[in-house]
Design a protein around this ligand. Structure first.
Ligand code: ATP
Ligand code: MG
Length: 429
C-alpha cells in the first residue's frame, strides 16, 4: 500500500526544528507581555461569510485561496486564512468591544490554497496583534515600535524595511476610489485581466498591480495623497514624526494598499530582500469599519500579522538563532544492567523534584556502556550519571561530558552536592 503523505504545502515541524520555533515564540510572548498585550485564542474554522464580508469578495484570498467546505449540516465553513476577522468576531461576540479598549495578540496556523514554494505554504503560522477602541495615531506608533522591538530582540532589525502609506479616512478612500475608477475606465482595455475585474469592487488594489502596462497607466492617474483630507494627512505626519523620534526608518509608499479590503488610514508592511520573492514578513494597518461591516458596533481597530515561517527562514539564513537553543538535555543518566533500572528511575525523579528546571534524560531500553555514553555525548548534556550493576548501587559514577573525560565516583546520598558543584544551579531556579 502507498504510504500516506502530508498534504502539499503543509509542513511537519520536526524535533530538530522545534527549538527555533520555541525560541521565536518565547521572544514574542515576552515582548507582548512587556507591552501588556493579552492573548486571545479562537477556532481554526469559521463561517465562510465571516471572511467574505471582511476580507472582501474580490480579493485573492476569498476568490482563490480559501479552504471552503460544507459540513454535515450543509453549512459553508472555511479554514481561517487570517486572524483579524476571527479576532474581531470573537471580541464582538463576547462584548470585549463594548465601551472599552483592548490590546490583544494571537498565534496559530492559517490556511491558504496557494502555490507552495519557499516561504509560501498552505498551512502557515501567524502571530498577530489587534487593538480595539483607539482612534489616535498613538496606537499605530506603538504597534510599529512593538514590531521594531521584536526585530531588535531577534537581531534582525538591520534586514527589515518599513514601508508605510496612508489610505485616508473611509470617506477619502471612497472618494479617491471613485476618481481612480473614472480615470481607469477610460483605459479599461489596456489594463491586465485582474485589474479589469477589480475595477468594479476593489479599485484601490489596482495600485499595486504587478503588470508593467497597468503601472504605466497608473503614472498618469489621480494620486492618492491628493485625495487625503487634511486631518488624516496631519495625523499621518505626526505618526511619521514619532517614528523618526523612535529611530525607526521608513519609506512612504503610496502604492501600498494591502490585499484585504477592510483597511483605511495607515497601512504598513515590513519587508526584507533576504527571502527572495517572499519579501513580506509582517503587515497590517487600521480597519475602523470592520466590526460594523461584520454586523457589530463601529469600533476603531488596528493590527498586524507576521509570518512565522518567514521569520524562522530569516533567522536561519542569517545565522541569528542563538547557539544552544537546540540543546534539550542537561543531565544524561546511563542505566547499565537491569539491576539498576529501578534505582535510576527513582533517582531521576528525585533530581527533577529537587531541581525542577534541570532537564534530565533517563536512558531507557538498555544497551552497552559505550553505546549509552555515545548517546549521552550526542545529547548535548553537560554530564552523565552512570549507574551500573546487578543490583541497586551505593555509589555511582559522574562523568563530565567534555574532552577531559573527568569522571568521579560519588555516593548516592551526595549526588545532589556533586551536581550543584557541576551545574550553576541558579540558572535552574
Ligand atoms: P504575500 O504578499 O507574501 O502573499 P500577504 O499580503 O498575502 O503576503 P498577509 O495576508 O498580510 O500576507 O499576511 C501577513 C504575513 O503572513 C505575510 O507578511 C507573510 O509573512 C505571511 N504569509 C502570508 N501568506 C503566507 C503563506 N502562504 N505562507 C507563509 N507565510 C505567509
Ligand atoms: Mg498573499
Amino acid at each position: 500500500m502507498a504510504k500516506i503523505q502530508a498534504i502539499r504545502g503543509m509542513n511537519d515541524v520536526l524535533p530538530t526544528q522545534t527549538p527555533a520555533w520555541q525560541y521565536l515564540e518565547q521572544v514574542m510572548r515576552d515582548l507582548l507581555a512587556a507591552y501588556a498585550y493579552q492573548e486571545i485564542r479562537f477556532p481554526v474554522v469559521e463561517q465562510t461569510q465571516l471572511f467574505k464580508r471582511s476580507i472582501g469578495e474580490v480579493t485573492d484570498i476569498v476568490e482563490k485561496e480559501m479552504y471552503t467546505f460544507e459540513d454535515r449540516n450543509g453549512d459553508s465553513l472555511s479554514l481561517r486564512p487570517e486572524g483579524t476577522a476571527c479576532c474581531v468576531r470573537a471580541a464582538e461576540q463576547h462584548g470585549l468591544l463594548y465601551n472599552q479598549t483592548q490590546k490583544l495578540w494571537y498565534m496559530g496556523p492559517m490556511y491558504r490554497h496557494e502555490r507552495p514554494q519557499k516561504g509560501r505554504y498552505r498551512q502557515f503560522y501567524q502571530m498577530g496583534v489587534e487593538a480595539f477602541g483607539m482612534s489616535g495615531i498613538d496606537i499605530e506608533a506603538e504597534m510599529l515600535m512593538l514590531s521594531r522591538d521584536l526585530w531588535q530582540r531577534l537581531g534582525i532589525a538591520d534586514v527589515l524595511i518599513l514601508e508605510i502609506n496612508n489610505l485616508g479616512n473611509p470617506e477619502d478612500r471612497k472618494r479617491y476610489g471613485e476618481t481612480l475608477k473614472e480615470y481607469l475606465l477610460d483605459h479599461r482595455e489596456a489594463l491586465d485581466e485582474d485589474s479589469q475585474r477589480r475595477l468594479e469592487k476593489n479599485v484601490l488594489r489596482i495600485l499595486d498591480s504587478k503588470s508593467p502596462q497597468t503601472q504605466e497607466i497608473l503614472k498618469q492617474a489621480p494620486q492618492l495623497p491628493d485625495h487625503i483630507s487634511a486631518d488624516s494627512a496631519a495625523g499621518f505626519q505626526q505618526l511619521l514624526e514619532i517614528l523618526t523620534q523612535a529611530g525607526i526608518p521608513y519609506q512612504v509608499n503610496n502604492s501600498l494598499v494591502r490585499g484585504l479590503d477592510y483597511y483605511n488610514g495607515v497601512v504598513f508592511e515590513w519587508t526584507t530582500d533576504k527571502l527572495g520573492a517572499q519579501s513580506a514578513v509582517c503587515s497590517g494597518g487600521r480597519y475602523d469599519g470592520l466590526s460594523k461591516q461584520l454586523g457589530g458596533t463601529a469600533t476603531p481597530g488596528v493590527g498586524f500579522a507576521l509570518g512565522m515561517e518567514r521569520m524562522i527562514l530569516l533567522l536561519e539564513e542569517l545565522g541569528r538563532l542563538p547557539v544552544g537553543i537546540s540543546r534539550t538535555v542537561d543531565l544524561y543518566i546511563c542505566v547499565i544492567g537491569e539491576g539498576v533500572r529501578q534505582q535510576a528511575l527513582i533517582l531521576a525523579g528525585e533530581i527533577r523534584r529537587k531541581i525542577p528546571a534541570l532537564r534530565v534524560l533517563t536512558h531507557c531500553g538498555g544497551g552497552k556502556y559505550n553505546s549509552q555514553l555515545k548517546k549521552a555525548f550526542a545529547s548535548g548534556a553537560q554530564c552523565a550519571l552512570i549507574l551500573e550493576g546487578e543490583a541497586a548501587q551505593t555509589e555511582i559514577k559522574l562523568r563530565v561530558l567534555d574532552d577531559s573525560g573527568e569522571t568521579s565516583t560519588v555516593a548516592v546520598e551526595s549526588v545532589f552536592d556533586s551536581l550543584s558543584g557541576l551545574f550553576d544551579l541558579e540558572q535552574f531556579d
